[in-house]
Design a protein around this ligand. Structure first.
Ligand code: PMP
Length: 390
């Protein structure tokens, strides 16, 4: 039997970029003590009060089919949160609750791209992006952001690829670089979107993890609310990765389309999960700051460790749970460095190349282990790099 080209082609014929990660996991299975700085997941679990609320909701009977666009109270809470954060008038009719940010990314592109439409995204990128775009039968087109511009994308580079494109996908705070797009970068992006009539899909799942300045949603820029779909999630802000609860915020007619899509795909998100998400959002900003705090601390630890040496460069970054390290002084590719570090130091990091060619010669470090172990691993990473500087 033949499977569809569409599903066979999700990876685009290339690798999925997870080889080093898979090798690290195989080493762990063989009993090797590997320090993992690979995946973007907190080293804490979902807080007990959130789980207790989920349990309460389930026992109270919220175990049947839930409203497909999401519970009214949760849609209202997300709308209020987005409005408070961005200043853009937002109501529940602008919110679709989805099973996590990943499915929100898929749904958002399904809503704005037809088969064969070019869909722009910024390289370096979160590893699933090209596959998500291919999944809706769009044609992924990478626009490079450059290391020498601290990975802030340039409007002119986006404009150069925008002819005929339908959408642009951006992510700030950024995975994998940790870079937070400046107001000037976002204004440039907004101008290109308006000039070329592009939808902007704005992945803001790290919006609570900003270490300098404040998160700016491009939906708040003039003329952008009508063409921006914001992707949000409980995963990173509330350490609820496994609960699978996120959202798309956008114009009402898009949300209506997304309800039809969900009716024929996911059929919504479990009601007890939505109640727990509502409970979690109502804990307010202090709780979110508590969840983000380990990454804030570890970024400072990393800045300290990386001071006063030249083997490893730290990409100036202001957010998210990652650091991007420039290892080009070693003469190695990011992949070569990551394999070498895994083999000789038993430390697993992600090669920059897993996130696109613009991050070649870099490695991504997830700040997702306990402070002392994190600092020790970084010191060994620097020593490994120093021993290879040409
Ligand atoms: N966007 C980005 C940039 C991410 O890093 C992730 C998860 N690593 C997601 C979206 C999806 O997260 P989730 O589906 O858990 O909300």
């Amino acid at each position: 039997m033949q499977i569809s080209d569409r599903i066979a082609g999700i990876l685009g014929g290339g690798s999925d970029g997870w080889e080093v990660f898979n090798k690290a996991r195989a080493m762990i299975a063989d009993g090797v003590n590997v320090t993992e700085l690979t995946i973007g997941e907190h080293d804490i679990r979902t807080a007990a009060p959130i789980l207790q609320d989920m349990h309460r909701a389930a026992l109270a009977g919220n175990t049947g089919y839930a409203a497909i666009p999401g519970m009214a109270a949760l849609r209202e809470e997300v709308a209020a949160r987005v409005q408070a954060q961005s200043g853009v008038p937002t109501g529940p009719e602008n919110v679709m609750i989805t099973p996590g940010g990943q499915s929100a990314l898929y749904a958002a592109h399904f809503a704005v791209c037809d088969p064969g439409d070019p869909a722009l995204f910024i390289d370096p990128y979160y590893a699933t992006y090209p596959g998500t775009l291919r999944g809706v039968n769009a044609v992924p087109v990478a626009v490079a952001a450059h290391a020498d511009a601290a990975f802030q994308p340039r409007a002119a580079d986006i404009a150069a690829q925008a002819e005929g494109a339908k959408s642009l996908l951006i992510n700030t705070p950024n995975n994998p670089t940790g870079v937070v797009y400046s107001r000037a970068t976002l204004e440039g992006i907004a101008d290109v979107c308006k000039a070329h009539d592009l939808w902007l899909v704005s992945d803001e799942v790290y919006d609570t993890q900003v270490w300098e300045g404040a998160h700016l949603s491009p939906r708040a820029l003039p003329g952008m609310a009508e063409r921006t779909l914001v992707v949000g999630s409980m995963s990173k802000s509330h350490a609820m990765t496994g609960s699978r609860c996120g959202w798309v915020v956008g114009p009402e007619e898009i949300i209506e389309g997304l309800i039809n899509l969900a009716t024929h795909t996911t059929y919504g998100v479990a009601g007890f999960v939505q109640e727990a998400a509502l409970f979690a959002l109502r804990q307010g900003p202090a709780f979110e700051a508590e969840i983000a705090d380990p990454f804030r601390r570890r970024r400072l630890i990393a800045q300290d460790v990386l001071q006063g040496q030249n083997a490893v460069g730290l990409v100036p970054a202001q957010g998210a749970m990652y650091l991007m390290l420039d290892v080009r002084s070693t003469g190695m590719t990011g992949e070569g460095f990551a394999y070498g570090l895994l083999e000789s130091e038993h430390i697993a990091v992600m090669p920059g190349e897993s996130f696109g060619q613009a991050a070649a010669g870099h490695v991504r470090v997830a700040m997702t282990i306990e402070d002392g172990a994190f600092e020790a691993a970084l010191r060994r990473l620097v020593a490994f790099a120093e021993s290879h500087v040409a």
